[in-house]
Design a protein around this ligand. Structure first.
Ligand code: MN
Ligand code: MN
Length: 258
């Protein structure tokens, strides 16, 4: 597991840069053990290690450093779980995975499609990563789940890039996602209904439950080579409850990847 403390390209609110350390704090606070529901114990040092936070500068240079850092970490065949940061980081991160694996399938949980060509004057915004990823052919197949904010521009972008989508209004846990491997999972916590995860910047009611997302993760039957958990904003949280949701996803995602 590695943290990327970046919220440089967030719109509306900052705060996600503080997420990795807060998620760690809650993961190790003693309120729960480190076992995934399927019985993988992240307390086992042979299975799981926390590599701390990646260091990088700002702007495009910083993104290049993130990509290079990911390439280095993947060199020995390690599977990586990344703690964001806002969703902008998924673009430089997937660039790194692409160097190692070639094309990947990507499963993207989010309230938002994040397919804007540009947003607030930048093409690196956290509203844009999947436009960059598809333009640069970093994913063979992109499946977006839980979307509930599509506008005309993003619908056109989804068509242009052949994005598969299961919107929140059509989601049910029994849907066959038709996933292939190797798979990368990008989990934006605002896919959840704000009732489950208030500690995010963009509250979008009508979302999935924590159970919905865990059930989908547990049913995946292709190799998962990487994942990220992004958009946790400690400044918006109540009683660390969203940090605990993120920590739960650390256990379920890492447990599934091991
Ligand atoms: Mn997002
Ligand atoms: Mn989102």
């Amino acid at each position: 597991m590695i943290g990327i403390e970046s919220d440089e390209f967030s719109t509306f609110l900052k705060g996600c840069a503080k997420a990795p350390d807060k998620i760690r704090e809650v993961l190790h606070c003693g309120a729960a053990n480190l076992c995934s529901e399927l019985g993988v114990d992240l307390g086992d040092k042979h299975l799981f290690s926390d590599l701390g936070n990646l260091s990088f500068r700002s702007g495009q240079k910083g993104f290049d450093q993130i990509t290079n850092g990911i390439v280095e970490l993947l060199e020995d065949g390690t599977r990586l779980l990344i703690l964001g940061g806002d969703h902008a980081i998924t673009y430089p991160v997937l660039k790194g995975f692409h160097e190692k694996f070639g094309k990947l399938s990507v499963l993207h949980f989010d309230a938002h499609a994040d397919l804007y060509d540009e947003f607030d004057g930048t093409r690196l915004s956290h509203a844009c990563p999947f436009a960059r990823i598809m333009e640069e052919n970093l994913a063979t197949d992109l499946l977006q789940v839980g979307i509930r904010t599509l506008n005309d521009h993003q619908k056109q972008q989804a068509e242009r890039f052949n994005v598969r989508m299961i919107e929140a209004r059509e989601f049910n846990r029994e849907v066959d996602f038709g996933l292939s491997g190797p798979l990368y999972i990008s989990l934006d916590l605002d896919v959840l209904d704000p009732a489950f995860a208030p500690g995010i910047s963009h509250h979008e009611p009508g979302g999935l439950s924590v159970r919905d997302v865990i059930d989908v993760i547990q049913k995946i039957d292709v190799p998962i080579v990487g994942a990220d958990i992004v958009e946790y904003n400690p400044k918006r949280d109540l009683f660390d409850m969203t940090a605990m949701v993120a920590a739960k996803f650390v256990k379920e995602l890492a447990g599934k990847m091991i």
